[in-house]
Every structure is written in C-alpha cells, then in structure tokens.
Design a protein around this ligand. Structure first.
Ligand SMILES: Nc1ncnc2c1ncn2[C@@H]1O[C@@H](CSCCNC[C@@H]2Cc3ccc([N+](=O)[O-])cc3CN2)[C@@H](O)[C@H]1O
Length: 265
C-alpha cells in the first residue's frame, strides 16, 4: 500500500466528535484570553479579511473537517462558500450544522467572539444565518489528486482557506508540496490564500484514530508556498504554551499565512 493510501486508510477511524472535543473545547477554546490558540486563530483570520483585500464571488475551504470557525470572517466578503472534506462523516457534520439540526456542535461561542473582535456590532445570530446561507456546496476532496475535487471547478475560486489539513494528510514533505500545488489549481491567479497549520507536529488523536502528521517548520511552509507560486503577504506563528499541550497531539506551534497566487507571466 502506498504511503498516501495508508494515510487514507488511517482516516477511516477519524471520529469528528472526539476531534472537536480535543481541539475546539476548553482549554484550547478559551475565549477569556487572547493568548489562547483559538482566539489567536480567529484574530488572524478577522484581521486578514479586515484589510478589504480579500473578496469576490467564491471562496473554497480545503479539508474543512467538521469545523466552520475558519469561515466566520470570510462570510461577509463572498457570495458563495464551498466546504470540502475527504470523509463523508465530516461532510455530514457540516450538512447537519448548515441545516441547523439538533445535537450539532455549538459554535455560538466562536460566532459571538468573532462578532466582538470584528467590532461592527453584528448580532451573532445574523452571522450564523449568513454563513448557513452562503455555505452552498460541501464537496468531497482529495488533495493528493491533480484535480482535488474531481472535475475542475466551474470557475476558479476567488480565494481559498485551509486549516490544519495539508500537513495532516501528507506522509512527507514532498507530498505536502505536491498537495499544495494540487489545491493551488483551484485558485484563480491573483487569488488570496489563508493557510493555518501545525508546526512540528508528528501525530494527533481523533478518537480511536492516531493520525500521522509530517512535521513542518516555518521555513518549510514558506518554501512550499514559494514553489507553488505564491507571494507571502503575512506570516505569523503561535507557540503552543505547556498548558495547551494536553496529549491529543504533539503540536509545537501554529502558523498563519496570508499569501497571494502570482499570475503566471
Ligand atoms: N487526502 C485528503 N485530502 C483532503 N482532506 C483530507 C485528506 N485526507 C484526510 N483529509 C481530511 O483532513 C483532515 C483535516 S483535520 C486535520 C487535523 N490536523 C491536526 C490537528 C489539528 C489542530 C487543530 C487545532 C489546534 N490548536 O492548537 O488549536 C491544533 C491542531 C493540531 N492537530 C480531516 O478532516 C480529514 O478528513
């Protein structure tokens, strides 16, 4: 079995509920302190969209997993948002949230926090409804394929977001770089890309699943983006404090990048 096929096999035991519990509940989701990792991620995304540089018709989220927090600041700047994931269990979690079904994960603390830091006095229920309306497609994706969503998109995305996916599904640095190149084919030239990921992580847990992660450094990420034809506008790193090293992974830090796909001259 190829190492990429082995990654796909390992994801069959991925448990969305356990994954959400591990990463999106306290202590990692503590909104009382800006020093906590989840508020840091939300602030990076809110500040990138607050520049006004990132807007258009369609935004695509690569490897959404069972989460929507990464789209909260985006939803004011796009007509349509496309979420994607490799696993049907995750796509179903996202569908359940869009349809406001019972027993779904409570994202309201996130929505309230983003409305607060965006400082426009937006009511959180308005933002929640707006995202539900704009999240119109939830597609299967495999970033290891040259056409990650099967056939090319009807029109290239105006912007792209991806959080904690590429390094967590790539067995080595080369496949990480190839996956980045593959997903870049979905983004229009000149399109903006907001990428969040784990620094120097080698594994993480999601219920019974123990997933391997290719450890990447800041330099590795910057090199991969440059090789895929991006100009880096902003690169920030968060160092994971000991209090947030809770055994669900061995992540050392989190990076945030605002990059722009350069037109091919
Ligand atoms: N071939 C594929 N193509 C696309 N997506 C694929 C493919 N295979 C699996 N997937 C899909 O990609 C996956 C995305 S979740 C990846 C989790 N990454 C590691 C985890 C995340 C995390 C989160 C938060 C914090 N923090 O400190 O706040 C730290 C960390 C560090 N640990 C999953 O949805 C899977 O379903």
């Amino acid at each position: 079995m190829s190492s990429i096929a082995a990654v796909g096999e390992s994801y069959q035991k991925f448990n969305p509920r356990a994954y959400l519990q591990n990463n999106y509940m306290p202590p990692r989701a503590d909104f009382t302190s800006e020093d906590c990792v989840v508020p840091w991620k939300l602030r990076c995304l809110a500040e990138a969209f607050a520049t006004g540089e990132i807007h258009g018709h369609t935004l695509i989220d690569i490897g959404s997993g069972p989460t929507i927090y990464q789209l909260l600041s985006a939803c004011d700047h796009f007509e349509e948002i496309i979420a994607t994931d490799y696993l049907e269990v995750n796509r179903e979690v996202l569908r359940q949230w869009v349809q406001d079904k019972m027993d779904v994960f409570d994202w309201s603390p996130y929505i309230k926090h983003v409305c607060k830091i965006e400082g426009r006095g937006e009511q959180w229920k308005e933002k929640e409804q707006k995202l539900r309306e704009k999240l119109r497609q939830i597609l299967p994706i495999d970033v290891h394929q040259p056409n990650p969503v099967g056939s090319p998109l009807r029109q290239l995305a105006d912007a792209m977001v991806s959080t904690f996916c590429l390094e967590a599904v790539s067995p080595d640095r080369l496949s990480f770089e190839r996956a980045l190149k593959n997903v870049t084919s979905l983004l229009k030239p000149g399109g903006h890309f907001l990428l969040i990921g784990a620094l120097e992580e080698s594994f993480y847990l999601a219920g019974e699943a123990k997933l391997s992660v290719v450890p990447v450094s800041e330099a590795d990420v910057k090199e991969a983006l440059t090789k895929s034809g991006y100009k880096i506008h902003d690169f920030r790193s968060y160092i994971m404090p000991p209090s947030l090293k809770i055994g669900v992974d061995d992540v050392n830090g989190v990076f945030f990048v605002h990059a722009q796909k350069q037109p091919v001259v």
